[in-house]
Design a protein around this ligand. Structure first.
Ligand code: ATP
Ligand code: MG
Length: 252
């Protein structure tokens, strides 16, 4: 039986007067890839940002409903936001490495925590870079600037940086939309490899990509979760006509 790892329950979100998420209830399952698809502006990124409280950084954001991570309410007044962001890592559309060395990008979070020895940090950096399939390409230039890497390498570095904190869930917001087909294929394969370690929620505009890598698919439309289920079902026998229309390109 597959375990629900992080679940929203009747989640509503507003930015000022703009109601952007309506009663969203969905789960990300343990060691599975969940894809979130839907037209531009339907609330995919906003929903993703609820999962690690990134919307807290937007003053006009107001949220109602709950999100349970390993059965703990991440919006509980006593929940620690830094702890949540350690457990729920995030990677964005555009690779955004820090203007630091490759090594220091991955070591950054660990150094801030201030509880790891130098050799522990070295080990964790190496392991994270290996898990992100970047180690072999950078092991001889760990102290070069991260900015000297290609776009695809930078995105895998951002994944390594997220992995270094030992997250349980990884949120990926259109991680390949700025990449060439080869780098995209590599990240897709990497996701399939990573799911044995972390639960993945990936937003994508690429329906074929969702079909290739996801176990579950969530289809969002105008702030509503229209359909959520196993990808094999959503892609072949969608329950809602809007899902079918989106998948067949009636609207984009
Ligand atoms: N920081 C913000 N402040 C105010 N409104 C926002 C903010 N971010 C998003 N919104 C609004 O929330 C709604 C949903 O936007 P969101 O970015 O979540 O959509 P999306 O599905 O990710 O779109 P895209 O596919 O284009 O990335 C939109 O109406 C948008 O204008
Ligand atoms: Mg978005």
């Amino acid at each position: 039986m597959v375990k629900a790892h992080i679940c929203t329950n009747n989640l509503n979100l507003w930015f000022g007067d703009n109601h952007v998420l309506y009663d969203v209830s969905m789960c990300v399952f343990e060691n599975r890839i969940t894809a979130m698809i839907g037209p531009s502006g339907c609330g995919k990124s906003s929903l993703l940002r609820c999962f690690n409280r990134m919307n807290d950084l937007i003053p006009s954001a107001r949220i109602q409903g709950s999100i349970l991570l390993d059965e703990e309410d991440i919006y509980h007044p006593k929940a620690r936001v830094t702890d949540i962001r350690t457990r729920v890592g995030m990677v964005f559309q555009k690779p955004n490495p820090f203007p630091k060395s490759i090594f220091n990008n991955v070591a950054f979070g660990l150094k801030i925590q201030g509880k790891h020895s130098k050799s522990e940090i070295m080990d964790r950096v190496e392991k994270s870079l290996k898990d992100a399939w970047l180690w072999d390409e950078v092991k001889d230039r760990l102290h070069s600037s991260a900015m000297s890497l290609s776009g695809g390498q930078q995105q895998r570095l951002c994944i390594a940086r997220a992995l270094a904190n030992g997250p349980r869930v990884l949120l990926l917001d259109e991680p390949t939309s700025a990449l060439d087909p080869q780098s995209t294929a590599k990240i897709e394969e990497l996701c399939l490899d990573l799911k044995s370690k972390v639960s993945i929620l990936i937003v994508t505009h690429n329906i074929a990509q969702a079909g290739r890598i996801s176990d579950y698919t969530a289809f969002m439309y105008l702030g509503e979760l229209v359909e959520f289920g196993e990808s094999s079902q959503v892609f072949t026998v969608p329950k809602d006509s809007r899902t079918e229309d989106y998948l067949t390109g009636v609207f984009g």
